[in-house]
Structures are given as C-alpha cells and as structure tokens.
Write a protein of this length. Structure first.
Length: 376
C-alpha cells in the first residue's frame, strides 16, 4: 500500500472516531464543534500533502448542467406545491438565522468537500479510499444530525432513516463520483443550493418526509448519471451499449416515479402494505394490495363480500364487508377481518371509505414490515 494511501486512511480514521464520539456524546457537538474537527482534518491534509486545487476542464459544463437540473427539480417541486399546499418554514431573514444556520452550514459543506476532494485526489483515486471516504461521510452526517431527532417517537425514527440515512447514502455516493471526475467547486455549489435553500425560502412545498426522502434519492441518482455521461475519465465500468444504458436508467426512474405516486395516493389507484394477519388466508402481513380509490358518488356502490379500505384511528384498514345499510341515502358498512372471530366495533360511514381492494401481491411489502417492526 502506498504511503499516500496510508496517510489518507489515517485521516479517515480520525474523522471516523469523531463520528463515533458524536454518537456517544451528542451534546458535545451542540455548538457546531464538528467544524473544529473538520478544520483539524483539513489542517492535517495540508501538513501531510499540501493543498493544490486546480480547475478541471469539465467544471463549467458540469456546474451548468447541475444548475439546469436543480432549476427543473425545484420548478417541479413548487408546482407540485400548488396541488398539495405549502408550509411556512421556521426560519426568517435575520442575523441570528445567518450566524446559527446559514454560515455554519456553508462552512461545514466547504470543509467536508475540500477534505473529500483532497483524500480522493491525493490517493490517486484509490478504490479503497473512494469507498471508505464515502462510508465515512455517511456516518459523519448521521452522527451530526443524530441529536436533532427524538428516537422515543416512531415518526422521528422514520424521518431519521429517510431524510438522513438513506438520503445521505445517495448524496455521498454522488459526491464521491463527482470528486473522482471533476473538481471541488461543483460539489460545493450543489450542496450549498440544496442544503441552504430551507434557510432562505419563506415557504416550501408541504410534500412530507416520505416524498422529500424519495426526492433526495432520485435527484443525486439523475445527477450521477449526468456527471458520468459528461466526463471522459470513467471510474466505474462503462456500459457496452450507451443507448441500452440510457434506456435502463429511464425505465428505472419511471418505475420509481410510478411507485411513489401509487404509494402516495396521487393516482386513482393506490398501493398499501398489509401490516397484520386479520385477513388470512386471502392476504397476510407483508402483502401489497392495490386499492381502487372511490369518489363520493361511488362510495355507496360497494356490496357485501367486497374488501373495503377505510380510515380508522389515523390508519387505513382493509376488512371485508359483512353488512350494508342505507340511511338517509347514505351507505354504512359493517366489516370484519376474515381471520377475526368478531365483526369490527365501528360502523364505517361513506366519509371514511378510501376504496375497494382489487387484488394483492404476495410478500412484496415484507421489507417495509420488517423495518417497521425493527423500530417498534
């Protein structure tokens, strides 16, 4: 192993220890103390290697493409906000916001990306350093955001997994790809726009943590494809047929968008994961069901024997209709799980009806069930 690679790994070990300490003593980093550790790591790089940043020939083209992608991305997000509504952020244009949020975030971004770039370039793009630096910065961001979440609340756990862990994985893979292909400035520009926007925008589309995490996954994937297509210095294996590769990426993105739409209920049809065995043997925990969402006029058209999807206690339940009663031209349904001994205590009014279960797909939702049980 080359001496330069060993030196890079030593710096990574230092940052890894900082992340572990942050997990163990989260209050230690309450006052942006992680910036000092990042400065120490960058100082060590300067002493061991020196810092020599040169503009890459692809910088301008990549930065231009990133700006175009981000413009389209936020245009779509804000247009989407016209449909689902907007939420006012807790931040405002004040000196306190600048000193406590905007400036520390920007300094952290600059330090992280300079360190990442120097580790990758000084190791001559060594594969071990590429992988370990990516993992290192994922762990670092997980530890840095760890104190902000209350893990005694289930929803907070889901937010941490989606908005921090999963989003951090895709972002840092993208950052690693970008640093292996170009200079440090495109990475700083991308992260500054994406991570600082929340502090300077008064309103933001109320898309919720689930859709936000999906968006933060899709965007780096698309940009990674763009960077690899723009640069000639290929680190990863290039597909033999570029047209087939582009078609594959397009198909994957379309499938992801369709799944997000179905799971979020934006289409006429919605998919949902079954979380109990109350409807055995027809469907069991971990199955995915396809629901035909019914409008107000169609909610009274269901009959005995149909499997009804209805809202109860902030949940969507799928049980079979055992009795239908019409009162004042409104339908009321009595339901029962096939595997339950008694009918449900609550009579379902039309207003609580989501739709009718059309079919089920076995076992497709098991990963979601396992994740839910892991944090309960």
């Amino acid at each position: 192993m080359k001496t330069s690679v060993k030196k890079c790994l030593c710096i990574e070990i230092f940052l890894g220890l900082v992340s572990i300490i942050n997990f163990m003593f989260p209050k230690l980093f309450d006052h942006e103390l992680h910036i000092l550790f990042l400065l120490a790591a960058l100082g060590a790089i300067f002493i061991l290697f020196g810092i020599d940043i040169k503009r890459d020939a692809n910088d301008r083209k990549i930065m231009k493409n990133i700006l175009i992608y981000l413009l389209v991305y936020y245009l779509v997000i804000y247009l989407f906000g016209l449909y689902i509504g907007f939420a006012k952020t807790i931040y405002s244009f004040t000196f306190t916001n600048f000193t406590k949020n905007i400036m520390p975030t920007f300094v952290t971004i600059v330090l992280m990306e300079f360190i990442r770039h120097e580790l990758i370039s000084k190791s001559n793009k060594n594969k071990l350093v590429l992988v370990t630096s990516c993992i290192l910065f994922i762990i670092f961001e997980m530890s840095k955001n760890f104190p902000a979440y209350n893990f005694g609340v289930k929803d907070e756990i889901y937010k941490y997994v989606g908005l921090i862990i999963i989003a951090s994985i895709t972002k840092n893979i993208f950052m690693t790809i970008m640093h292996s292909r170009t200079d440090v400035y495109p990475a700083i520009m991308y992260r500054t726009i994406v991570e600082e926007l929340i502090y300077v925008c008064v309103i933001f589309p109320n898309i919720g943590p689930y859709l936000e995490s999906i968006a933060l996954i899709i965007l780096p994937v698309l940009l990674s494809i763009m960077v690899m297509a723009t640069t000639k210095n290929q680190i990863l294996n290039k597909p033999k047929d570029k047209r087939k590769g582009n078609k594959l990426y397009f198909v994957v993105v379309v499938i992801l968008l369709i799944l997000v739409g179905l799971n979020s209920g934006f289409f006429k049809y919605q998919i949902m994961v079954i979380g109990s065995n109350s409807m055995l043997p027809y469907m069991e925990k971990g199955d995915v069901v396809l629901i035909d969402k019914l409008n107000e006029d169609a909610r009274s058209s269901l009959n005995e024997g149909d499997i009804l999807a209805f809202k109860y206690d902030n949940k969507v339940i799928t049980h079979r209709i055992t009795k239908k009663v019409i009162k004042n031209e409104k339908a009321y349904y009595t339901t029962k799980g096939d595997n339950n001994n008694q009918e449900d205590n609550t009579v379902i009014a039309e207003a609580s009806v989501v739709g009718k279960v059309l079919t089920r797909f076995k076992y497709l939702g098991l990963p979601s069930v396992w994740l839910n049980e892991l944090f309960n």
